[in-house]
Design a protein around this ligand. Sequence first.
Ligand SMILES: [Zn+2]
Length: 190
Amino acid sequence: MSSLYRFVLFSPTLPRGPDTGDLMAEAVHKLRCAHCRSEISVPASYQHGDHVKCGSCGMRHKVYRGEGTPRLVIADVGPLREALQANQGLTDRLEAELRHARGSFGVGVNGFGVALAYALWQIMRNDHPIDSGLAWEAAAVAIFTGLALEAANFFFLAKRQRLRRLSTEIDEARAEARSLEQKIREASRV
Ligand SMILES: [Zn+2]
């Protein structure tokens, strides 16, 4: 992700003093802030464990030197642990909400079904003659059935969307927890 650039401080065509030779070129690693992802320039002379502060968000990092390009890890894991704890609270809440939403699934739809069956049964039992009265009643049942089905469909869809939204939020919270745990693990290695 990060790459190494040659950082030329002085053009070779310009005259320069005798003691600026070692400033000619210094390797600088362009790394990313572990918090806000802003670019942070880290001179190659920085050692494992050296502190670097993000210019954008002020997050303090330590330089982690393993194999290859150095990386930045967050210096103070206190806020990370707090964020992880808050994240676990959020996940627990979302999971309880999801269980509750699943448990009440279909209750509304059953209510509409019962109401519809009751209305139909009333029509059958009364055994109407075929007249304008029956036509009006049939129209009323049609409207009632249509509205009931529309409403059932609406609530069913709303429920399904709610379940989907909760699942997505739980997935996001878990991904965030994994990322926080990884940052805490990396920070504890420096
Ligand atoms: Zn930052």
